[in-house]
Design a protein around this ligand. Structure first.
Ligand code: GLA
Ligand code: ZN
Length: 669
């Protein structure tokens, strides 16, 4: 639905309200030198638009829009509801959130509204209605940006009430709730709806952050994600009433924990996200995050924010090195981004973000390294062909990301405190990234049939429906891979009985009765017929194969020496692999060699050179990116291709300077 016909959106957050109006034109004169064609405005302006209850004043925003129009910069217009105005919090304290300790917050910070406050809903609705009615005919607007980086949780009385309503809708009866949560545990049996409270520090959450009743905690997370989604949808619907065409979005945050983005994605016209890698984020994790965002809709997305040089909210906000911002921008494009936007266009003079990087820094000079690099990139992006923007990515491998499993797994008390959902999923992504194999991240609701390999690491929660789908996929020739702590419970955290992993035992051809947990220093060697193949860490499943064959077994550090730890089970015409431990690099390489062979997938590249291909019906664009600081040399995979950025024919050997990017275009007749 997004219309990218005018090329790649290049720009970002701009907060002119923080500056004297006399400075605006100078900003635009400079920004246009960097080919900036878009500004995201009005993100935190509610008290300027409504200085007192019911009194609206759009004059300043009118002038900002007029300036943008005069300078031909298009607009991503935010709805300004991401921070509660002081008068609103002062007059109606209930609009603010109550934290997990039960403390009602006073006015301050941002992303601070209770999603279930009737007053917040009413007031934000009234504001958005007026904003959209006023600006929807303005042709400068390319996108609507609802609120900002939704997230966080509220535990107030309004949320408690709304939670009970949500539970009634989901379960019908209180008896069904008691049953789903198995609330007879520790005397939690509820006799009336009013007895149910949000799980929080003053009720059912331990100081570790973990809950007594896993089902209740899962439902509270679902409910809070849904509550914020209702806020989004309310604004979305108002915009749609006035504007039937322009895409509506909000900015996401990669693998954050609070929101089930797969549930949100159908409500957004285009996915937009904010990419803030830190000093030690590997290129493969950034790639993983882009792919997660693309996977939400299986469509191109917007790189809504990145910093041109440094963040300010991390321990060490290292500067991006010369060429690194350019490389990261192309990496986003390679994974499906169709915009390159920054936070922000002009650096704040004060406030919490004054040391956050911007295109125009405190020097307000166009001669800075940062400005020059941005300007060079802006020039390059403006030259890219339209076909690139219309191209798509079609990997052969699918990796399931499941927010419910994320919540459920990390709520587990035992077998270890070291359960990290994202790290576990990313580990398998990385194993393929290192082999140059592209991955599509999917939800459990997606169709698995297009893929040769389907991986579901740490997929803690399973249902009959998902299990049947995975079985059908495997029986029909697919290769399935899963690992320790997967397939263990139902949607409300009840263990699937009969031996682990419950519903998947037949598919995997094995059963597990016990899971050992071992400190990091007590790794276990893993043996195959050819010798030691790696080490297992942290958790070790005691596997009894039924129809599966063992690929490797535990060494003599344990009493379960000789018991299987890696297995493969031929199932229909496909195969299901099981990994009963967290593998070290050697173990993972041993496993993946067999998995790739069985899936008939071939490795492409290795090391710090990333290769991704975007295709249209007639053309392909292969991005070859040196993500690191050392020069690299690789054989050109498509020596007859045309190099887009230098507009030359490409050589047989590709020499890649640090952070270098090559885009090879091929035309297929
Ligand atoms: C987020 C927000 C922005 C800004 C940046 C700073 O992404 O959306 O408003 O605070 O972080 O990195
Ligand atoms: Zn609340």
């Amino acid at each position: 639905m997004t219309d990218y016909s005018s090329g790649i959106l290049f720009g970002g957050d701009y907060n002119p309200e923080q500056w004297e109006e006399s400075t605006w034109q100078d900003d635009f004169d400079k920004l246009s030198q960097a080919q900036v064609n878009s500004a995201t405005i009005n993100v935190f302006s509610w008290p300027l638009l409504e200085p007192a209850e019911g009194e609206y004043d759009f004059e300043q925003l009118d002038r900002i829009m007029a300036h943008l129009e005069h300078n031909q910069i298009c607009v991503v217009l935010a709805t300004a509801t991401a921070a509660v105005p002081p008068w609103l919090a002062h007059k109606y304290p209930e609009v603010m959130r109550t934290d997990i300790n039960g403390i009602l917050q006073r006015h301050g910070k941002r992303h601070n509204a209770c999603p279930n406050s009737p007053i917040f809903k009413r007031k934000s609705k009234a504001l958005v209605e007026r904003l959209v009615a006023r600006y929807h005919t303005n042709s400068l607007i390319t996108h609507w940006h609802v609120s900002n980086e939704y997230g966080g949780t509220c535990y107030c009385e309004n949320c408690a009430k709304a939670f009970r309503v949500w539970l009634k809708e989901r379960y019908g009866t209180l008896e069904a709730v008691n049953q789903a949560w198995n609330s007879h545990f520790w005397g939690h049996t509820y006799g009336s709806w009013e007895e149910i409270n949000p799980p929080m520090r003053t009720s059912d959450i331990f100081s570790s952050g973990k809950p007594v009743l896993g089902g209740a905690a899962l439902d509270y997370r679902r409910f809070q994600s849904d509550s914020l989604l209702e806020n989004y949808k309310m604004e979305r619907d108002i915009i749609r009433k006035y504007d039937s065409k322009r895409p509506i979005t909000t900015n996401f945050m990669g693998s954050q924990k609070d929101l089930d983005y797969f549930k949100w994605a159908p409500e957004l016209d285009v996915i937009a996200w904010d990419n803030y890698p830190s000093l030690d984020t590997p290129a493969s994790f950034t790639a993983f995050s882009h792919d997660l965002m693309r996977g939400l809709k299986h469509q191109p997305f917007m790189l809504m924010e990145q910093t041109p040089n440094q963040q300010n909210w991390q321990t060490y906000n290292a500067l991006k090195k010369p060429g690194e911002m350019r490389m990261l921008s192309y990496q986003a494009l390679a994974h499906g981004a169709n915009t390159v936007q920054f936070f922000q266009l002009k650096q704040s003079r004060n406030g919490a973000e004054k040391f956050h990087g911007a295109l125009l820094s405190h020097s307000v000079s166009t001669q800075t390294r940062v400005f020059q690099e941005v300007a060079q990139l802006g020039g390059e992006l403006a030259q890219l062909p339209q076909a690139l923007i219309e191209s798509e990515i079609h990997p052969n491998v699918a990796l399931i990301f499941d927010w419910e499993s994320y919540w459920g797994l990390e709520n587990c008390i035992g077998p270890t405190t070291q359960l990290d959902y994202v790290a576990s999923v990313y580990r398998y992504y990385q194993a393929l990234y290192q082999q140059g194999i592209a991955v599509e991240i999917v939800s459990k609701q997606d169709d698995f049939s297009p893929y040769k390999l389907l991986m579901a690491p740490s997929m803690y929660i399973t249902t009959d429906e998902v299990t049947e789908k995975i079985k059908a996929y495997t029986a029909a020739g697919g290769v399935f891979l899963t690992n320790v702590m997967s397939g263990l419970v139902d949607e409300t955290d009840n263990i699937h009985l009969g031996g682990y992993p419950g519903q998947w035992r037949e598919l995997l051809g094995l059963t597990i009765d016990e899971i050992d947990a071992r400190p990091a220093a007590q790794a276990v060697t893993l043996h195959s017929a050819t010798g030691i193949v790696g080490q297992g860490r942290t958790l070790c499943d005691l596997i009894t194969p039924t129809t599966a064959h063992s690929l490797a077994w535990y060494g003599d550090e344990t009493f379960y020496q000789g018991q299987a730890c890696l297995t493969a089970n031929e199932y229909g015409t496909g195969c299901a692999f099981y990994v009963g431990t967290y593998l070290d690099d050697q173990g993972l390489a041993f496993l993946m060699t067999q998995v790739l062979k069985r899936s008939q997938l071939a490795a492409k590249a290795a090391g710090e050179v990333e290769i991704m291909t975007r295709t249209t019906e007639n053309q392909s664009f292969t991005f070859i990116i040196n993500t690191g600081e050392h020069p690299q040399k690789i054989m050109n995979p498509y020596p007859d291709a045309y190099e887009l950025l230098t507009q030359t024919n490409s050589p047989t050997d590709l020499e890649l300077a640090p952070f270098a990017v090559i885009i090879l275009q091929q035309d297929h007749e």
